[in-house]
Ligand binder design. Sequence first.
Ligand code: SF4
Length: 498
Amino acid sequence: MNLSKSKYTRYCQCPKMLWLDTYHPELAVPDPARERRFREGNEVGDLAMGLLGEFVETTAYTPEGKLDIPSMLKNTRKYLIEGRENICEAAFTKNGCYCAVDILHKTEGGYEIYEVKSSTELKDVYLWDVAYQRWVLEQSGLNIAGAHLVYINKHYVRQGELEIQKLFLKEDVTEAVEPFYHEVAENTAAAKAYLAQKEEPCGELGEQCFKPYDCPYWQYCSRDLPSPNVLDLYRISAKKAFGYLREGIVTFDDAVNSGIPLNKTQRRQVDAEQLRLPTHIDRLGIRSFLDTLTYPLYFLDFESFQLCVPPYDGTWPYQQIPFQYSLHYLERADGGLKHKEFLADENSDPRRAIAERLVEDIPADACVLAYNKVFECTRLKELAEAFPDLSEHLLCIRDNIRDLLDVFRDGFVYDRAMEGSFSIKKVLPALFPNDPNLDYHSLMDVHNGTEATDTYLSLRGKEKEERLRLRESLLKYCGLDTLAMVLLWQRLREFCHI
Ligand code: SF4
């Protein structure tokens, strides 16, 4: 059973994860966001290849399009003999342990490992990875003089051609890797023994299920946990919740009987569940929120994408770039509901076009409702900074935004179907159970924000018919988001008999 860098780090996170990967990968729940990060990691790795100067690359593929490892090993040997200064994807294998180094850099004192990450910060899990590489290379007879992590500079702002020397930061981790390195021999032996086990091993649930990465087997491993349980308590930290589980405090009844401290929101959540309370409605509180709203009243929702490599001038790594919005609005209290929407052309920088349309569509003095307004406010501020001529109007819109989330976060409405969450995807079905008009599952192609981003980014190069269909799906999805806000607002009014 061969180990690789990724298998080794999976083992370090949780041995059972590696075992399930090997014997029951079908139990993993696919995570499109993780798959996107993986693709992005590969793209960033390709970009960084020239970071240390001229380089050769070992990568080879089989006729089926899979990595051709034997050819990569052969190419690596050849380049080592030739004394190449930078070998990208330098491949090594020893005693069933394989790795490919992003950049293997030759120096007078030996070779240096450069591991490229698409993250903007350093994490311990990267040190596991580099330590494993160092160990495999040393076992293969190489003298390793140092190790470096290459990661993304979040302060880089693109102007013109991409400058990879500014986009990437390099950090010498030679010393930091040391303690992790000393564990590799033992860990690889233990991982191989673990994998040789045919029977499913026990694996205790713990913080490792979400740290450093969300485990795709969570659903499978947690299948016997009752619902709700202490992990569902509002904003409870994983450390606390898993600590309770280990003490045998699992259900809300256990939580109450054991007297664990609960904050006000968690107490409301537990009471609602234990006593099967009907929807909690604080009319005075709701009224105090509704009375701050004025007409014309707008309901705004953005969709955005973020890329590791800034795509346009003036953008930075992982900047949220808005490409679409939906806007429902009422001009007067007795006026009918109207709708406007914007979806940018996928072939160019959407920011100027979206900023202009916002200024056209939303009066500077209009009252605007958003759900979790931090996101909309930050996008408006960024657009204002990017386009000074529109800045005044955009900042007025931002300053006039009220947050519909406040009603739920402040505890004016609570239903146990919200399960301790105030996200609109939980609040909606709680207040409109089984309403087919609010069923995101019945939409075509786009059912959530991640799919909206992926769909928009996939539009380029699509055939016209498919492109139009997908654009229509994007409009329907975003439109449903603001319609949902309108219906929530109406329901709040009904609660107050307005
Ligand atoms: S869910 Fe937790 S216990 Fe199960 S494999 Fe993943 S990390 Fe391990």
